[in-house]
Write a protein that binds this ligand. Structure first.
Ligand SMILES: Nc1ncnc2c1ncn2[C@@H]1O[C@H](COP(=O)(O)OP(=O)(O)O)[C@@H](O)[C@H]1O
Ligand SMILES: Cc1ncc(COP(=O)(O)O)c(C=O)c1O
Length: 331
């Protein structure tokens, strides 16, 4: 970071986010994947942990416990808001597996965002991945109810979550478009949607990310921007949680601020994908090096822990954006 950047940061009020996600003692998913990147990018992060696990469930064994829904709600409403009178620029919600907890936190954050229009809520509807739910079926209904009624700045489903929330199977670009249309129809109070990644059989070498803003003056038109990111041959635990954290930062810090919301969303998504790609590539290379000592490369299909500390330079490297660009089009 340059001296100039430091001065600029000091002159601006430090942005503050309440991040409600899982905690793992070892590794990087949930709040562990979001806190350091946001802090390193200049945010005050108030991290509320919905569970505390030894490590994430992608490991063969993990142990831990969940926070009770009433405790979580009390910490926010009594401890943070009433007593400490904290106000937030953003609220980030991710893994909340407990059904009652999700309902109560959903109601509380909806109310907070109603009371203070300046809070921007980024909701990652963590339900599952690759065709599999990793929370209860009931969570789907609760997310649908939250999305139907709350005013949310941006929602970041992965492909499976978008399919579950819209009941549209995404197999190609036309069906991706239908999913966005159904999403806008069912959840009209949502301002922006980013589908983090979609695997399309017609493009087997890339992951497609898509975004649309529903705040356009022309309500009859739906503009969807898509980016194509070359696939790294591995699965990364925590990639979605890292993604939502850096997207949040990019939405707040993109300069100069584009003239309309659609342009901001598209530009912030592009930056997010470039940063994410750089971090996943570094993670992959470092893991491969460690792995090579013990196993063959063919076995490296799941990367358990993001190398976030080793990637800290990439979180603030402005030169990334002039060196990398992903193919972009509209559908
Ligand atoms: N194997 C991969 N190769 C390249 N990029 C990836 C890969 N896995 C994840 N990503 C990046 O990470 C982002 C979030 O990952 P994704 O799998 O969509 O989220 P989630 O973990 O919520 O399912 C994607 O937008 C994509 O840019
Ligand atoms: C405890 C916990 N937090 C967060 C996540 C989300 O991880 P990802 O970003 O890989 O979807 C998961 C999913 O594995 C999880 O089990």
């Amino acid at each position: 970071m340059t001296g100039n950047n430091n001065n600029q940061e000091i002159s601006e009020r430090t942005k503050r986010v309440l991040s409600i996600q899982s905690h793992v003692v070892h590794g990087y998913v949930g709040n562990k994947a979001a806190t350091f990147p946001l802090q390193y990018q200049g945010w005050e992060v108030d991290a509320l942990n919905t569970v505390q696990f030894s490590n994430h469930p992608g490991y063969q064994f993990f142990t831990g416990y969940s926070s009770s829904p009433n405790e979580l709600v009390d910490i926010i409403s009594k401890g943070l808001i009433d007593e400490s009178e904290l106000s937030y620029d953003a609220i980030l919600t991710g893994y909340i597996s407990d059904v009652e907890g999700l309902r109560k936190i959903g109601d509380l954050i909806s109310q907070l965002c109603k009371d203070s229009k300046k809070i921007k809520w980024l909701l990652d509807p963590v339900l599952g991945d690759n065709g599999k739910l990793y929370v209860s079926e009931e969570n789907i209904k609760i997310y649908q109810e939250i999305l139907r009624t709350a005013s949310i700045y941006v929602v970041t489903p992965n492909q499976f979550e978008m399919e579950v929330l819209t009941n549209v199977k995404i197999t190609d670009l036309p069906s991706l478009r239908v999913a966005f249309e159904v999403f806008r129809e069912h959840y009209p109070t949502i301002q922006n949607v980013v589908v983090t990644s979609v695997e399309l059989p017609e493009h087997p070498d890339v992951l497609t990310s898509a975004c649309s803003t529903f705040n356009n003056a022309d309500k009859n038109k739906l503009y969807i921007d898509i980016f194509e990111v070359p696939i790294i041959p591995a699965k990364f635990s925590g990639s979605g949680d890292l993604f939502s954290a850096i997207l949040l930062n990019n939405l707040f810090s993109y300069k100069p601020v584009p003239k309309n919301e659609g342009e901001l969303l598209k530009s912030a998504l592009h930056r997010t994908l470039i940063q994410e790609d750089a971090i996943l590539k570094r993670t992959y290379e470092l893991t491969l090096k460690e792995f090579n000592h013990t196993q063959t490369i063919d076995n490296l299909s799941i990367v358990k822990d993001l190398k976030l500390i080793q990637s800290k330079d990439l979180l603030v490297d402005e030169s990334l954006y002039s060196n990398v660009s992903f193919k972009c089009s509209s559908i």
